[in-house]
Design a protein around this ligand. Structure first.
Ligand code: BG6
Length: 369
């Protein structure tokens, strides 16, 4: 039931805070991840693996990319991400020391299921991150971590994406702890930030008028680009995917560092570019690099909408508009920065009079290869 909402998607975005809270619920004890539900994928098993491969399709594959950054940083284990339909056809190097994590909201996506079966046939350990209880992929895997985001009806995924990212972050912390790559204090710093996310999402969602106005103003736009770097890169990909799915506008996401290697050729006066700006607290100076990307595209006439941390004033002289997100740890930022992009896609499609819950040609879960 939609309740008072104009669409399931609007309702599901409003449920972001609850979805994230539900993914965390019962999985932190004294500030440390507690994932006893993984059954035979216990601490010994997780100490025995030497690589992680994540397989998924669509939005779920973008959550996987965020997971890769976090897992490598925290657990110091190599992580590869594959689109599930590419995975088994490239004859991946996988054995009993490989942990294959599949991510699927529905748990029924055929491409993802086939990738899991391929991994099992090679002797891999398998963990699935699913939203739907008892789904095929959940049942096929050795262990399952349910996202508990609640039913998602709109074809385009929103709250389930946030929940997938959070489940991957928990998995990364758990691996980091079990494998001795991360001290308990460092883990607690992250889990404290994780526990703040639901409230921060509430604050963020409380004021969406600016994005609505922007979307209405842009309803005739024909192309939108999205740039991001580090964990902001998958957010840019997700922002572009959602916009093309819902509003049938050409949209593309790029890694900001790649701009000078090609995409900058697309910049002409009036081109709208969303830039997901990394936190100034990011260790490797990425913030300054992205700000300089913004200067480069502004100089060529782009109209820049920055998604930036509250208080980040460095973007102000260059961006046409700044959408603010609350402060969190850099690796957790996607959970917040993706929200304005989801809302933007919803509002733009609404402004164009389109059916946001049932975009043309798409299905909620694709059960054929
Ligand atoms: C697509 C849906 O077909 O499948 C997307 O339209 C979704 O919204 C993708 O991200 C993967 O689905 P699932 O259920 O495996 O996460």
């Amino acid at each position: 039931e939609k309740g008072g909402w104009s669409s399931f998607m609007a309702k599901e975005i409003a449920e972001d805070p609850e979805a994230v809270a539900n993914t965390l619920r019962g999985r932190l004890v004294d500030g440390l991840p507690s994932l006893g539900e993984l059954g035979s994928l216990d601490d010994d098993a997780l100490r025995g693996i030497d690589r992680v491969q994540i397989v998924a399709c669509g939005t779920a594959a973008y959550s996987a990319l965020v997971g890769k950054y976090a897992m490598e940083a925290w657990a110091r284990i190599p992580v590869e991400v594959d689109l599930a339909h590419e995975y088994r056809y490239r004859d991946p190097i996988v054995d009993e020391r490989t942990l294959v994590i599949s991510i699927s909201q529905s748990g029924e996506t055929m491409d993802t299921k086939m990738a899991v079966q391929h991994a099992i046939a090679q002797g891999a350990r398998t963990l699935s991150i699913c939203n739907t209880q008892g789904s095929t992929i959940a049942r096929a895997s050795e262990a399952v971590l349910y996202t508990h985001a609640g039913p998602e009806v709109a074809v385009a995924s929103t709250k389930a994406f946030l929940a997938q990212v959070v489940a991957l972050l928990l998995t990364g912390l758990h691996l980091g702890r079990v494998r001795g790559a991360m001290a308990d204090d460092a883990i607690r710093e992250v889990t404290e930030a994780l526990e703040e996310l639901p409230e921060q999402l509430r604050t963020l969602l409380a004021d969406q008028d600016e994005i609505r106005e922007l979307a209405q103003w842009m309803s005739d736009t024909r192309s939108v680009l999205f740039l991001g770097r580090h964990v902001g890169y998958p957010v840019a990909l997700e922002g572009a995917l959602k916009l093309k799915e819902l509003s049938y506008i050409h949209a593309e996401g790029f890694a900001a560092g790649e701009l000078k290697h090609g995409p900058i050729a697309l910049i002409e006066p009036g081109q709208v570019v969303f830039v997901v700006v990394p936190s100034p607290r990011h260790q490797q100076g990425l913030h300054a690099k992205v700000v300089s990307n913004i200067q480069e595209i502004r100089a060529r006439g782009a109209r820049v909408i920055a998604v930036a941390e509250a208080g980040d004033s460095a973007v102000l002289p260059y961006a046409n508009q700044v959408l603010r997100i609350p402060l969190t740890l850099p690796l957790l930022e996607p959970v917040l920065s993706v929200v304005p992009l989801h809302v933007f896609a919803l509002e733009l499609a609404t402004a164009k009079g389109l059916d946001v819950d049932q975009p043309r040609n798409l299905a909620k879960s694709v059960t054929v290869e």
